[in-house]
Structures are given as C-alpha cells and as structure tokens.
Design a binder for this molecule. Structure first.
Ligand code: ADP
Length: 270
C-alpha cells in the first residue's frame, strides 16, 4: 500500500503567506477499505440464505403433490431461516458492543453461573457428538461486568470448541486467578488452527475454512464478538492452538478488589 497525502492550501489573511497542510490519508483509506469489506461480507452472508430460501420456496411449490418432498424442503427452509436469524443476531450484538466505552457501573458476576449457562446452551450439540463437557475452578470466582455479555462470550467459545472437535473428545472450562486477574480457559481436543491464521481469527467474518464454518452453523462473527466483549470488560483474550491436537482460548479479566485486598493496599500506602 502506498502512502498518500491530502494537501490543503490556505492563504493567511493579509500576510502574503500561505499555509500548506498535508494530511496522511493512508490510515483513512485503510479504515474505508475495512468498512467496505465488512459491508460486502454482510451482504454476502445475508444473500446466501435468502437465495436458498427463495429457491426452496419454488421447489416446494412445484412439489405440492409430494408430501415427503414438501416435508424435506420446508425443513431446509427452516434451517436457512435459522441461519439468517443467527447472522442478524450476531450483527446486532457486534454493533452494540464494538466501540462501546468500558462499563461505568458493572455488576458483580459469579463465573459459575456464566459457565453453567454457556455449557447448557451447547449441551445438546455436545451430546450428539458424545463430547464431554467439564468445568473446574469456577466456585466462588467473581468478576465485575455484564452477565448477559459474559454468557454470550463464553457461549461462543464453547460452541466453537464443540463445533471444531471430533466425536468422543472433551471440552473443558477451567478458571484460575492471579493477584490481578481472573482467567477463564476453554480447551478442546479438536482440529486446531494453523499458525498463520491465529492472528486473524478475531477479525469479523474471518474463517480458516469457510465451508466447514457454515456447515457447523458458524457466522464468522463469534470471535469478533468475544474480543469486543472482553475489551469492554477491560480484559484480553488469547489463543493457543496446535493443528490436529486442539485449541485453548483464555479470557483474562481484571480481578475485583476484595475488601481485604483494599485494606492491605491502604496499609501499604500509609
Ligand atoms: P465461526 O462462526 O466461523 O466459528 P468465529 O469467529 O467463531 O466464526 O471463528 C473464526 C474461525 O476460527 C472459525 O471459522 C474457525 O476456522 C476458527 N476457530 C474458532 N474456534 C476454533 C476452535 N476451537 N478450534 C478450531 N478452529 C476454531
């Protein structure tokens, strides 16, 4: 990408001098390109299921005297409608959360509740692949934040772990803490992520394997949502992965100050 400048020339009233302003356009052009790509991606993600729906509707109309075919095609129509709903829902979540200021008045949230809700949401999918879901270290852990958003982030991580793992494997959520952070990890024994894709998977609509992502019902927005929710909580998300052996995603959130820790900090200051 070449660097480009916008040059503005302004006479300085009555002095005979001119002011020359050179503004670097490179960053602005990059931001515009990202926005254009995003809109193109959205259009594609919406057009695909709508196109499928209208084709299926035609097919159903033609097959009206074959109840078995009608049943099959309307089933597929429901799947496409569900896909459309999840893309739209993810877009709404993303537009609410990206660029939002860190929370002004967060609530005290129990990690145990967040993890249980997220695991409940993927239990059926996990059972159908005989994937074992386990959680450890959640008891008594709290963070400051928004419960609904934290459940969304956690649900996206465990849903991916289940979607990108073969049958009869294990997905484990483990929670630990340091002096200043609460760390929630989701580990799977799945297909893993190639090293060269790792730094891009948090981008909106980025997929390692688009066909596979769509087949598992993915929208390509899940990890972008996770990243923005984590940032909104003043935390960070990291990933470790090895192709063929599995991935671990970790949410690192600020640890709330306990009364004792506040008191001991005050003592140190005195
Ligand atoms: P998607 O809806 O496609 O799952 P995400 O934003 O959640 O979108 O994830 C982006 C991509 O990262 C996925 O398409 C997939 O290629 C990869 N990915 C995410 N989580 C995992 C995982 N646990 N194991 C393997 N690949 C993963």
């Amino acid at each position: 990408d070449s660097t480009s400048f916008a040059v503005r020339v302004a006479p300085l009233g009555g002095t005979g001098l001119v002011l020359v302003l050179a503004e670097d356009q490179t960053e602005r052009r990059r931001v515009e390109a990202v926005r254009r790509d995003f809109v193109a991606n959205i259009s594609h993600e919406l057009k695909t299921p709508v196109g499928a729906l209208s084709l299926l509707a035609e097919t159903v109309a033609d097959a009206s005297d074959d109840p078995e075919a009608v049943r099959r095609f309307t089933g597929r129509m429901q799947q496409e409608a569900a896909r459309l709903t999840s893309v739209i829902q993810d877009l709404i979540t993303l537009s609410r959360i990206q660029g939002a200021e860190p929370m002004a008045e967060p609530d005290e949230i129990e990690i145990e509740t967040v993890v249980e809700e997220a695991l409940d949401a993927v239990r059926m999918a996990a059972d159908s692949k005989e994937i074992e879901l386990i959680a450890s270290g959640t008891e008594g852990m709290v963070v400051m934040g928004d419960e609904g958003l934290l459940v969304t982030a956690m649900r996206n991580l465990v849903a991916n772990a289940v979607a990108y793992s073969p049958e009869r494997t294990r997905v484990s959520v483990s929670v630990g803490s340091t002096d200043t952070t609460v760390d929630i990890s989701v580990a799977d024994q799945g297909i893993g992520i190639p090293q060269q894709d790792l730094e891009r998977i948090f981008e909106r609509f980025y997929r390692v394997d688009a066909a596979r992502s769509r087949a598992t019902g993915g929208t390509g927005l899940g990890l972008a949502i996770v990243k923005h929710i984590t940032t909104h909580h003043r935390g960070e998300v990291t990933v470790w992965s090895k192709e063929g052996s599995g991935s671990t995603f970790t949410l690192r959130l600020p640890r709330p100050e306990t009364r004792e820790r506040r008191r001991s900090a005050e003592r140190t200051y005195r």
